[in-house]
Design a protein around this ligand. Structure first.
Ligand code: SF4
Length: 140
């Protein structure tokens, strides 16, 4: 099976705080499958570490108030381009990220409040017919 994965789940230090979301379940998956890793926020031109962002009224906004919607959407478009080319059977993404979250994301108030809805990249991939799941829902 060919699987696209949020790079931070594979142990890459591409998370906003310079760390990763290394997942043993994902590392296990990587042993038996062909894997493509992507980090849409880095691919959109944002640095690591970076100020965390949330989606506020449909616009991706950093905690310091800077609008980073363009960067997030560029990263999402690049991920879609890769997915179109590679045609992964499954895409496993980091839960609750404003880019990668599949089922939930934070509400834009930076208070830890969750709302239903996907991050920018996950939404674009799903709108284009790709099967995406949150890493939390992965059963290996
Ligand atoms: S954008 Fe996605 S891959 Fe990159 S650090 Fe955030 S959750 Fe991980």
């Amino acid at each position: 099976m060919k699987i696209m994965i949020s790079a931070c789940l594979a142990g890459e230090n591409c998370k906003y705080n310079g760390g990763s979301n290394r997942s043993e379940k994902v590392l296990q998956l990587m042993k038996d499958n062909e894997v493509i890793t992507v980090c849409p926020e880095q691919m959109g031109g944002l640095p690591t570490p970076r100020v965390p962002s949330e989606i506020r009224d449909g616009v991706v906004t950093a905690r310091d108030g800077r609008i980073v919607d363009k960067e997030f959407r560029l990263g999402a478009a690049k991920c879609l381009e890769i997915a179109m080319r590679e045609q992964p059977d499954l895409i496993v993404l980091q839960s609750r990220s404003p880019s990668c979250g599949v089922k939930q994301r934070y509400d834009g108030t930076f208070t830890g409040t969750l709302v239903d809805g996907a991050g920018v990249t996950a939404k674009l991939l799903m709108e284009n017919g790709f099967r995406c799941i949150d890493v939390e829902d992965l059963t290996v």
